[in-house]
Design a protein around this ligand. Structure first.
Ligand SMILES: *Cc1c(COP(=O)(O)O)cnc(C)c1O
Length: 395
């Protein structure tokens, strides 16, 4: 076999490897492992979407190659949703594009803007795609630390002038994975002003816009005046509609950026199955959709409150998140994120994600995902309490 491309070596090592090994060993020992590690909704896609898919799959019209940009009907459903939900006007013909999941689009927008040596402003901790694809494209990630003292928002004033001038793209992600932090319109205003000042493509990853709690409603970057001149926003059906397996999302915003991404995509994929787009239109337009999302959020709120109470009983400083379905919990003193995750797996049979897997500034935290049934969650919390109780004064 020939030597692999150098760019493969630029991808950071897989930090879950040790956890995966321990997990396999625990299962082999007969341990009933409970995972709080996976950010993947455990509940089914709404029936009205599944029913629409059954009907759409029968239509031979959809059996041929889809439109590269997504069907105009799907793009219109997305822009109509943006109008209804955020009060934002978008042209479905030039300012919206269908994606095979937003992960795909986030990866490819980097290839549309980053040449070797270009700078991307990347939050840390973060969803790994922003940094990984910047590295694969030969770019240089400039880390924007997300720390608790700043409510896990990047401090844009701390970015040196020469870095800001050179940067071509900046990623923001609220409601945030992995910290569960949310951003108000004030932050988006600041980010848009910064991006306009330095001519940086602002990429807003809004995968969790519909998953918020305690009355908080997440904004879109396009609620900010002038944002369309410099920004795109990624929005996905995966999390709000329990559709991670379907691979359907969209990007909206600046027409030049959408067209640049389109060039990469038409030369890479051939679009998403139109029947899936038909089902996604149903999700976006069915009158029962709002009720469905409200019910999901009630379930996540209940799980969150159970988890926060249980973690506090275990002596951990858990804070209820206002968005996403993740709790971002400081590890007890004397532990790293990896050692605490290993302890919970060994002593409690519970999987959590070490914060360091999301970047250096994730060290000192673990991420708990609330994608499991209440009774399993309660069982996991009891075991965590027992495992932590064994080390008095451990925090
Ligand atoms: C889950 C997630 C996505 C998107 O997922 P797709 O299924 O690819 O649409 C994007 N960004 C973040 C931060 C996520 O957590």
């Amino acid at each position: 076999m020939p030597k692999r491309a150098e760019r493969i070596a630029s991808v950071p090592p897989y930090l879950f490897a040790e956890i995966d090994k321990k997990k396999a060993a625990a299962i082999a020992r007969g341990v009933d492992v409970i995972s709080l590690g996976i950010g993947d909704p455990d509940m089914p896609t709404p029936k009205f979407v599944v029913d629409k898919m059954k009907e759409a799959v029968e239509n031979p019209k959809w059996h041929q190659y889809p439109d590269y940009d997504g069907s105009l009907a799907y793009r219109t459903a997305v822009t109509s949703f943006y109008k209804k939900r955020f009060g934002v006007e978008l042209d479905p013909k030039t300012e919206a594009l269908a994606l095979i999941g937003s992960k795909e689009g986030l990866a490819h927008i980097i290839w549309a803007y980053i040449d070797a040596g270009d700078i991307a402003l990347v939050p840390d901790p973060a969803y790994p795609v922003y940094k990984t694809h910047t590295l694969l494209a030969g770019g240089t990630p400039y880390i924007m630390p997300l720390v608790k003292e700043n409510n896990f928002l990047p401090d844009l004033q701390a970015i040196p002038e020469d870095v800001a001038r050179k940067a071509k793209i900046m990623f923001i992600d609220y409601p945030n994975n992995p910290t569960g932090a949310v951003a108000t319109l004030d932050f988006y205003r600041e980010a848009v002003a910064f991006a306009r000042k330095y001519d940086i493509l602002l990429v807003s990853d809004n995968a969790y816009s519909e998953m918020t709690y305690d009355g908080f409603k997440a904004p879109s970057v396009f609620e900010v005046e002038g944002a369309k001149e410099i920004a795109v926003e990624f929005w996905s059906l995966s999390k709000p509609f329990n559709m991670t397996g379907w691979r359907i999302a969209a990007v909206v915003g600046n027409a030049q950026a959408i067209s640049a991404l389109g060039i990469i995509k038409t030369n890479t994929d051939s679009g998403q199955f139109t029947a899936i787009q038909e089902a996604a239109i149903e999700a976006l337009t069915n009158p029962a959709a709002d009720q469905f999302i409200a019910e999901m959020n009630e379930i996540y709120t209940r799980r969150r409150d159970i988890a926060v109470a249980g973690l506090r009983a275990a002596g951990l400083d858990a804070q209820p998140m206002k968005g996403s379905f993740y709790l971002w919990v400081p590890v007890p003193a004397g532990h790293t994120s990896a050692s605490f995750a290993a302890l919970l797996l060994d002593e409690a049979g519970v999987i959590v994600t070490p914060g360091a897997a999301y970047g250096a500034y994730g060290e000192g935290f673990v991420r708990l995902s609330l994608c499991l049934k209440e009774e399993r969650l309660v069982e996991a919390l009891g075991r965590i309490r027992a495992a932590c109780g064994g080390a008095p004064g451990s925090r």
